[in-house]
Design a protein around this ligand. Structure first.
Ligand code: ADP
Length: 216
């Protein structure tokens, strides 16, 4: 099964993914997590011209080109067995990418898809994102208001000093939300028409409940 997460920045895609990974691992079931945002952040650390361009795109809150995104995604995706369970977080983000994904699924015989649309009001999204802190070592996500670490500013698991993502400034968040509305929102229709979209109120539904409702 492929779980595709749709939702504006801050809607809780990463948090749900982390919860699902723990639940699957407790049951000794595999769950591959692919986040194109994480893949791009890894590219940003390289000393190449491409890395510089990608870094600038991310900082501005804009989308990386479909062509590069599809290539980066495909390289990662095809490393895994086609009967694994997957969470795709942040991919696809445009109709072009969604069509590419559908073709890839058919061509390489990957399983069926479920698309989760995590819906959340803009005011809440901005509050969540501006308070977000990340562990640079294990990528666990915290929040200065709603999910504080046990020791202030340090990761509960490896004690690393938490950082703010370079694109979590208010300016970049507002751009990312606008970009989402223009480029990614059309995917809601695209997947509704395929009959595989499930809309969830991500403001009022607790993560364990979303998990129970959607994951098999
Ligand atoms: P968020 O969902 O909080 O915006 P992500 O970690 O998913 O964060 O993505 C961070 C950035 O990486 C995006 O703002 C964009 O620049 C780039 N990116 C991630 N996924 C894609 C994609 N599918 N297509 C184009 N750009 C992407």
């Amino acid at each position: 099964m492929l779980y595709i997460f749709l939702g504006k920045p801050g809607a809780g895609k990463g948090t749900l993914a982390e919860y699902a990974r723990i639940q699957y691992s407790n049951k000794k079931k595999d769950l591959v997590y692919i986040s194109t945002g994480d893949l791009f952040r890894a590219i940003c650390k390289l000393e190449t011209k491409l890395a510089k361009e990608v870094k600038q795109t991310l900082e501005e809150g804009l989308l990386v080109s479909d062509d590069l995104t599809n290539r980066v995604f495909l390289e990662k995706f095809l490393q895994y067995d086609n009967n694994s369970n997957f969470i795709l977080d942040g991919y696809p983000r445009t109709v072009t990418q969604a069509k590419f994904l559908q073709e890839t699924i058919i061509k390489h015989n990957f399983g069926t898809c479920k698309v989760l649309y995590l819906d959340c009001a803009q005011k809440v999204l901005i509050e969540r994102i501006c308070g977000r802190r990340i562990c640079p070592k294990c990528s666990r996500v915290y929040n200065v208001v709603s999910k504080k670490p046990k020791v202030e500013n340090h990761c509960d698991f490896d004690n690393e000093l938490l950082i703010q993502r370079m694109d979590d400034s208010k300016r970049s968040v507002v751009t990312r939300i606008k970009v989402y509305e223009k480029d990614t929102e059309p995917l809601i229709n695209f997947y509704s028409e395929l009959g595989i979209l499930e809309k969830i109120n991500a403001e009022s539904t607790p993560v364990p409940e979303i998990f129970k409702k959607v994951f098999v």
